[in-house]
Design a protein. Structure first.
Length: 164
């Protein structure tokens, strides 16, 4: 992969600090998802495998990808305020989807999904103006945003069907 033209030690340090909250929370979600998976069988937690997969893939891995992508792709980092809104909305939306699914309330699943859509819009907007040499990362970031955006209504339909 070609070296990014605008990379300096100071720039890398700023970009690292921009991704740390997303990486930290994403890793916690992955670990919690693994723990949920571990206790699902022995406890008979009916929705445990779904909750574990959601925690690992959506709350964890996707958050890592979105946070790292927006830290590495754009010529200018999103502002700290934008990043704060992103992390709060992403995790509030995921919490709502998880809680509402476990409670069997599809309307609240939809509300959580809407919050996630707003967060995704912020993540997509954050990478406008990619820096030189980051075209592959730019496409990967937008592809991740699109895959998640498509999966949200699919998940909502599945939630409604499951809780009829």
């Amino acid at each position: 992969m070609p070296e990014l033209a605008t990379t300096t030690d100071e720039d890398l340090q700023h970009r690292w600090h921009a991704m740390v909250p997303f990486v930290s929370v994403g890793l916690v979600c992955i670990i919690v998802g693994g723990l949920v998976a571990a206790v699902t069988g022995p406890t008979g937690f009916e929705d445990g495998s779904w909750a574990a997969a959601y925690l690992v893939l959506v709350a964890g891995v996707a958050q890592l990808g979105l946070g790292v992508g927006q830290a590495l792709v754009p010529a200018r980092l999103p502002t700290p305020r934008t990043r704060a809104w992103e992390i709060v909305m992403w995790n509030a939306g995921n919490t709502a989807v998880l809680a509402a699914t476990l409670a069997g309330t599809p309307v609240l699943v939809a509300a959580g999904g809407l919050v996630l859509i707003v967060a995704l819009a912020l993540f997509a907007h954050a990478v406008r103006g990619p820096r030189t040499g980051s075209a592959v990362l730019f496409v990967a970031h937008l592809l991740l945003v699109c895959v998640i955006a498509v999966s949200i209504p699919v998940g909502l339909v599945l939630s409604v069907l499951r809780h009829r």
